[in-house]
Design a protein around this ligand. Structure first.
Ligand code: PEP
Ligand code: MG
Length: 324
């Protein structure tokens, strides 16, 4: 098994007829990094910065954050590391910053919290930028965006930090900035959002939850939570087409990217990069290396005609099995 893993690690993620897709990893802890490298990740597509905040008993200082971020950036340099700004609220709680709401998933989450508390955002971005000195591989990603004004406000703060940090003498470059597409409003404004940033990344976990109005953590409705739902697939097509129409790369960092069938459909839709847990990476790579892009597009075409998530899932599984 390990020899197989090692052999696969250094091979490109490319279909039999030459379509390439980048495979990236989602990280949070430092320990995720070594495993990601051994599994052949080409970079980090999502570093969940809330993880170091969650394992602390108070807000980590700028210095502490800088050390966490430097570890991630150094491990993958010169490849890109995409750091998401703090995404608390919803199901992610900090004991030292309690949020109590009736509808946490529709409440104070992600960018909404950090724009209301710019001091949190500014310290975090400052730590990220300083950590990137000499490496130039930092990308910053904004979670839970539902209005273009949130992107504009965030960009304004990021520019401000960039100029301050440079004035302080740090030799840093302006990072690429991207938006997560994870609420339905962002799907309908995908071009307006893409116009303002350097890249898009789909958070399919939340996008599925919000499109289907199904709490992603509620076991009672778990059978209704389906990323292969036709509405989700249509939204995924619309997002990648919208981003590409204005010349911006589009990736995905939700669980769907780590599902071999999901990965094949996403590649067929034209996604530039798939970001997943390290454990899923070898399987996804070996499946993509065993098919042609024509085959994947035919499968996508067939699947988009279907109207039941369960039938779609079975159809994809069957197709993958018959492809070996
Ligand atoms: C997502 O919503 O798909 C995502 C990648 O972010 P998280 O799971 O951390 O909300
Ligand atoms: Mg999310």
């Amino acid at each position: 098994l390990f020899r197989g893993l090692e052999e696969l690690r250094d091979k490109p993620c490319i279909t039999l007829d030459g379509q390439r897709v980048s495979l990236l990893v989602n990280t949070g802890l430092v320990t995720d990094v070594a495993r990601s490298i051994s599994h052949g990740a080409e970079g980090i597509g999502l570093y969940r910065t809330e993880v170091p905040f969650m394992i602390n008993e108070r807000f980590p200082s700028e210095q502490e954050q800088r050390a966490y971020y430097r570890e991630q950036l150094e491990a993958f340099a010169p490849n890109a590391v995409t750091m998401r700004t703090l995404d608390i609220g919803g199901d992610k709680a900090l004991t030292y910053f309690p949020i109590s709401e009736e509808n946490p998933f529709l409440g104070w989450r992600g960018i909404r919290v950090t724009l209301d508390h710019p001091e949190i955002f500014l310290v975090q971005v400052r730590a990220m930028l300083k950590a990137s000195e000499g490496l130039d591989n930092l990308r910053i990603m904004l979670p839970m965006v539902s209005n273009v004004s949130e992107v504009e406000e965030s960009l304004h703060l990021i520019y401000r930090v960039y100029h301050e940090v440079r004035e302080e003498g740090y030799n840093v470059t302006m990072p690429r900035v991207g938006v997560m597409i994870e609420v339905p409003a962002a799907v309908y404004q995908v071009r307006e959002l893409a116009d303002r940033v350097d890249f898009l990344s789909v958070g399919s976990n939340d996008l599925t939850q919000y499109l289907l109005a199904v709490d992603r953590n509620n076991p009672r409705v778990a059978s209704l939570y389906h990323s292969f739902h036709p509405a989700v697939l249509q939204a995924l097509v619309q997002i990648v087409e919208g981003g590409h129409a204005v010349g911006k790369p589009v990736s995905i960092c939700g669980e769907l990217a780590g599902d071999p069938g999901g990965a094949v459909l996403l590649m067929a839709m034209g996604y530039d990069a798939l970001s997943m847990n390290a454990a899923s990476l070898p399987k996804v790579k070996s499946v993509i290396r065993s098919i042609t892009s024509d085959w994947s597009r035919e499968l996508l075409h067939d699947v988009l005609e279907l109207d039941s998530p369960h039938v779609i899932k079975s159809c994809v599984d069957l197709a993958l099995r018959s492809a070996g």
